[in-house]
Design a binder for this molecule. Structure first.
Ligand code: HAM
Length: 434
């Protein structure tokens, strides 16, 4: 016989008991509200995709984490680890003739075989927001504003989180200006990505290990020791391509400032993003304390649609996970109160009042109220205790006298105040509110 624990939940996967699901739904509701507020339309795709969609398009890290297998028809398939390739595939099939720019959002569940740790699981939900068909920097600013507002919509502000922004074109321009050959750029990106965590010595060693010239190592290590905008301008400001990329970032920032979101945005030269398809401005949202993994990551990817066989459309977007965000909300006591609650608990004193009690309950439900009652015969005291446990706002009590004269006693369970009212008036009022 199998051991009892052989049915334990898989590591990195979550059960959502009602209290947990309420938190998830609370996050989803804010995400949907904010995305719709910016005029985005919701879409979804299949959770299982052809393996080839991710190989090369997503980059090594994600491909190494795929849940992939061969299906019964001999196809190599994978559970989706991210939504962007699905979006690109869907639009490659239907974007021609669609008015541009396309504003779509989605809330997919995604699967990555990661080493489970705080903030990283093997499944998560992600808000994906993308603008397709607009190359201008206003679209980059627009999606970042959605990301910031999606977190603000949950009660967090600039004291809690910050968006770190960079531009892959700026990094490329800096590497060119430092004399790094194009073939070594990918290796440099990986070192730059880790520079914040690795510290100056390991960063320098990483650059040396790539075989860069001592002069290039020295200039890049100096920049990475202080990646501020002012320091960057001082070290590389005489290069036209660097200045052009910085101007674009300045314009991006000024749009967000005009929206009042300036305090949420910070330039950070070490943000380059792991995914292979990014081509322009990139960003990540982090908790200010820097204790957690990224809340969100995104950027511009102007070549992906063409790569999957579609129109060559520019695109920009982000993915925001529910795991780190949920932790932040719990830390800040911003999760909703998830105890059960109903509007009305109907109490009947004896078996004879059951039928009018059920009729009243049903009509109240039809009028849009949430209504509960005891499923087994119980004394009034027990029924009222059940009403408190259900955190009902009101108890509606029907006894022999009330049933005889078509009335009910309505008790406000918070104040304890009660009054006897004709049943018809209860229903009229309930139905009027429908
Ligand atoms: P990503 O940086 O791989 O980007 O993921 C975005 C966010 O998803 C992360 O910042 C994190 O909050 C969450 N996340 C990722 N992996 C996990 C995990 N194993 N457990 C919990 N949360 C996780 C993308 O996926 C891009 N496709 C985003 C994008 C959309 N870019 C353009 N459009």
């Amino acid at each position: 016989m199998p051991a009892a624990n052989s049915f334990a939940r898989l590591p990195g996967f979550r059960d959502f008991a009602p209290g947990d699901l309420a938190v998830r739904n609370h996050i989803f509701a804010a995400w949907r509200r904010v995305a719709r507020g910016y005029g985005f339309r919701e879409y979804d795709g299949p959770p299982l995709e052809p393996l080839g969609l991710y190989v090369e398009k997503s980059g090594e890290e994600i491909v190494g984490q795929l849940y992939a297998f061969r299906d019964k028809g001999g196809r190599d398939v994978a559970l989706r680890p991210e939504m962007t390739p699905t979006l690109a595939r869907m639009l490659a099939e239907r974007s021609r003739g669609m008015p541009k720019p396309i504003r779509w959002f989605s809330l997919p569940q995604l699967f990555r075989y990661e080493r489970s740790q705080r903030g990283r699981l093997r499944e998560h939900f992600q808000l994906n927001v993308d603008i397709v068909g607009e190359a201008g920097v206003a679209a980059d600013a627009e999606v970042l504003a959605v990301a910031i507002d999606a977190v603000r919509g949950l009660g967090l502000d600039h004291n809690d989180f910050v968006a770190r922004v960079n531009d892959r074109r700026l990094v490329t321009a800096v590497l060119d200006a430092a004399g790094v050959a194009a073939g070594r750029h990918a290796g440099c990106l990986a070192v730059i990505d880790k520079a914040g965590r690795a510290g100056p010595d390991r960063t320098r060693a990483g650059l040396e290990a790539l075989g860069l010239s001592p002069a290039a190592v020295a200039r890049l290590a100096e920049l990475l020791a202080d990646g501020s905008r002012a320091h960057l301008a001082e070290l590389f400001g005489d290069d036209a391509a660097v200045r052009g990329a910085m101007r674009r970032l300045d314009e991006h920032r000024s749009i967000l400032e005009a929206m009042g979101l300036g305090p949420y945005v910070r330039f950070d030269f070490t943000v380059v993003r792991g995914l292979a398809y990014y081509t322009g401005i990139v960003f990540e949202l982090f908790d200010r304390a820097g204790r957690l993994r990224a809340i969100c990551g995104g950027g511009r990817y102007d070549r992906l649609l063409e790569l999957v066989g579609g129109e060559p459309l520019p695109a920009v977007g982000f993915g925001m996970g529910d795991v780190v965000l949920g932790e932040l909300l719990r830390d800040r006591a911003l999760v909703p109160d998830t105890e059960t609650s109903c509007d009305v608990f109907v109490v009947w004193v004896g078996a004879e009042q059951r039928a009018p009690g059920l009729e009243l309950s049903h009509r109240l439900r039809e009028a849009g109220h949430s209504v509960m009652y005891s499923l087994r015969p119980q004394g009034v005291g027990k029924q009222l205790r059940a009403a408190s446990r259900a955190r009902a706002g009101r108890a509606v009590i029907i006894g022999p006298e009330e049933a005889a004269n078509g009335s009910a006693t309505v008790r406000d369970l918070e104040s304890g105040r009660q009054e006897t009212r004709p049943l018809a008036s209860l229903l009229d009022r309930a139905e009027a509110g429908r």
